[in-house]
Write a protein of this length. Structure first.
Length: 191
C-alpha cells in the first residue's frame, strides 16, 4: 500500500448513516475481515478488551423491537418523539448488519479503564477504515438505550456495550469534504 493510499482512506472516512444504505447485503466474509482488522488494534498488556456481537436478519428485527419498546418505556409522554421512535426502527431495518461494540474489562484491572476504552475505540477505527477502503457505509451510534442492553444481550461480568456500528452498501460515490479545523490551530511545537 502506498503512503498516499492510507492518507486518502483516513481522510475519506465518513459517517454513512443507515438512511443512506441501499439494501444490498454486506457479506459475512467482509464482516469477518473487518472484525479481524479490528482485532489488530493496539492493546496495553494485551487485554484485547473489544467484544463484538453481530446482528443480522431476524436478530436485527428483535433489536429494533427491543430498542423501540425500551424507548417508549423510558421516555415520558412529553419527551416522546414519534420521529425518534420510527428512526430507531428504520436504522435497524436499513442496516445490512449491526455490530454491537462492547468492552470486556480486564478482570485483573491491570490497566486503567480509559486505556481499554481507547483500545476498543481504535478497534472501531480499524473497522471504519476497512469499510472506507471497501466502499461500505458505516456509522457508530451510542444512544442512551445502550444502558439497557443487559436485558437484550447476555453480557459477561465486566462487559458492557458502547454503541452500535451500522453497516450497509450505499450509492453515493463521494461524501462531502471533512469539516476539520486546520491542524495548525491544534498543535504546539516545542524545541
Amino acid at each position: 500500500m502506498l503512503e498516499e493510499d492510507i492518507n486518502t482512506i483516513i481522510r475519506e472516512r465518513r459517517s454513512i448513516f443507515p438512511v443512506e444504505y441501499n439494501g444490498k447485503e454486506v457479506s459475512k466474509a467482509f464482516i469477518k475481515m473487518m472484525l479481524e482488522n479490528a482485532n489488530y488494534a493496539p492493546t496495553h498488556k494485551l487485554t484485547q478488551p473489544w467484544r463484538f456481537k453481530v446482528l443480522q436478519g431476524s436478530a436485527k428485527e428483535r433489536l429494533a423491537i427491543f430498542l423501540s419498546d425500551t424507548y417508549t418505556d423510558i421516555t415520558s409522554e412529553t419527551d416522546f418523539s414519534p420521529f425518534k421512535h420510527k428512526k430507531i426502527i428504520r436504522n435497524c431495518n436499513a442496516a445490512s448488519a449491526i455490530v454491537a461494540i462492547c468492552l470486556q474489562r480486564d478482570k485483573k484491572e491491570r490497566v486503567p479503564e480509559w486505556e481499554e476504552v481507547a483500545s476498543m475505540a481504535m478497534a472501531v477505527q480499524n473497522m471504519w477504515l476497512t469499510c472506507t477502503a471497501n466502499k461500505i457505509g458505516c456509522y457508530w451510534s451510542s444512544p442512551k438505550l445502550i444502558d439497557y442492553l443487559g436485558d437484550f444481550f447476555d453480557f459477561e461480568d465486566g462487559e458492557r456495550c458502547y454503541g452500535f456500528f451500522y453497516l450497509g452498501h450505499y450509492d453515493k460515490e463521494q461524501k462531502d469534504a471533512s469539516k476539520r479545523d486546520p491542524i495548525e490551530v491544534k498543535v504546539q511545537w516545542l524545541e
